[in-house]
Structure formats: structure tokens, C-alpha cells
Design a protein. Structure first.
Length: 211
């Protein structure tokens, strides 16, 4: 009789565990609406609720096979971006030339996590949002020249604070936005603010042994 009661209790516990509600976030697909047949497509932003850091891959829509950058935030829907970044390898040939093919099979998009492989640079980028912040992890290929573009979208500039810290400022619609980028390994800093309107920002570079 005791064995029967124990078996019944274990069975009941199993039923309760199996009936436990799923995390509602598991049912959220940020890609819904990301193909605009008539109107502007929505962007699969990765962010915490009501936070300023809102990251997504910069491309025309979900059918576009080229990613050009990753903006750190939006001014508002359809009203522009601020502070783009883009990892790349090899020589820098201008911001307009920075783009990479990507594969839908390697992209992971959730409300709280994003990752994709930039095929042209054999580089994986991952992002996790936080409160007024976010963490990127970039896996570059071995033996390649490694770079990270810090782009200014509107009007403004980046400047070096320390060997591992860089601050950005952008002016838009009579307002200013600020951000700080901190990296885990010292990088060579190259300022692009030379009067060229098409190349605004800076490039961080690492040799093969430091990153």
C-alpha cells in the first residue's frame, strides 16, 4: 500500500511538472513583420522592455542577404539610427563597402538574444541586452586582420578615453545621444573624422595574438 501511494505521488508530481507553464518569451518571434511587401518592415530589435539599447541587423528586410551593420539604438520607428558597429576582417575600403552575406540557418533571433555568422568575414557576432547596456561577443577567425567599425550615423564623433574605452556622441533633431564602448583587449584606434561625410567614426584593430 505504501509503495502504491509513493508511486501515485511520483506520478502526480510528474503531471504537475509537465503542466507547468512555459516562459511566454518562447512564443515571441521578433521576425514577424520583417518582410514589408507594401509598408516599411518592422525590425527584430533585441532589447529589454523600455530600454534604450535596441540592436538588430541592418538590412533592407529579412529577405535581404546582406548585413551592413548593427545599430545600437533607434531614434524611433522609421526615423533613423544611432551608433552603428560592424566587425570585419581584411583591408578597410570605406564604410559603404562594409557588408556581409549571412545565412538564415545560422541566425538566432529572440527578444533577449541575437547571434549570426557574417559569412564574408567568417566572423560570429552575439548580443545580449541589459539595463541601459548590452554585451557583444565577436569571434574572429584566426590569422585574419581583425577590425571593429564604430560608425556615426547622424552628426557627431567618437573619441578614445582609455586603451579599452571609447565614447561616442551624436546630434539629432536638436538633441544629443551618448554611448560608451568598453572592450576586453587593447586595440589600435584609427579616427575616420577627416571631413569625409561617408566615413564618420573610428576603427578598432587587433593583431592576431591580442584578440
Amino acid at each position: 500500500m505504501n509503495k502504491l501511494r509513493i508511486l501515485q505521488l511520483i506520478t502526480l508530481m510528474g503531471i504537475l511538472v509537465n503542466c507547468a507553464p512555459d516562459n511566454p518569451l518562447n512564443y515571441v518571434d521578433p521576425r514577424i513583420g520583417s518582410v514589408g511587401l507594401i509598408l516599411e518592415p518592422t525590425r527584430p530589435t533585441v532589447q529589454l522592455p523600455n530600454q534604450m539599447i535596441r540592436v538588430y541587423p541592418n538590412r533592407k528586410d529579412y529577405l535581404d542577404d546582406q548585413i551592413t551593420s548593427f545599430p545600437l539604438t533607434l531614434i524611433s520607428h522609421r526615423n533613423g539610427q544611432l551608433f552603428r558597429i560592424m566587425p570585419f576582417t581584411g583591408d578597410f575600403k570605406g564604410i559603404e563597402a562594409l557588408r556581409s552575406a549571412w545565412d538564415q540557418g545560422t541566425e538566432i533571433t529572440t527578444p533577449h538574444y541575437y547571434s549570426v555568422v557574417l559569412l564574408d568575414y567568417n566572423t560570429e557576432i552575439k548580443f545580449t541586452p541589459g539595463k541601459k547596456t548590452g554585451i557583444f561577443r565577436i569571434n574572429f577567425p584566426r590569422g585574419a586582420e581583425k577590425h571593429l567599425l564604430l560608425n556615426i550615423v547622424q552628426q557627431g564623433q567618437w573619441h578614445k578615453v582609455t586603451e579599452t574605452s571609447f565614447a561616442g556622441e551624436e546630434n539629432f533633431e536638436g538633441m544629443k545621444a551618448y554611448t560608451v564602448v568598453e572592450i576586453n583587449a587593447p586595440a589600435e584606434y584609427n579616427d575616420l573624422s577627416s571631413g569625409d561625410a561617408e566615413n564618420k567614426g573610428a576603427i578598432l584593430s587587433w593583431n592576431d595574438t591580442s584578440a
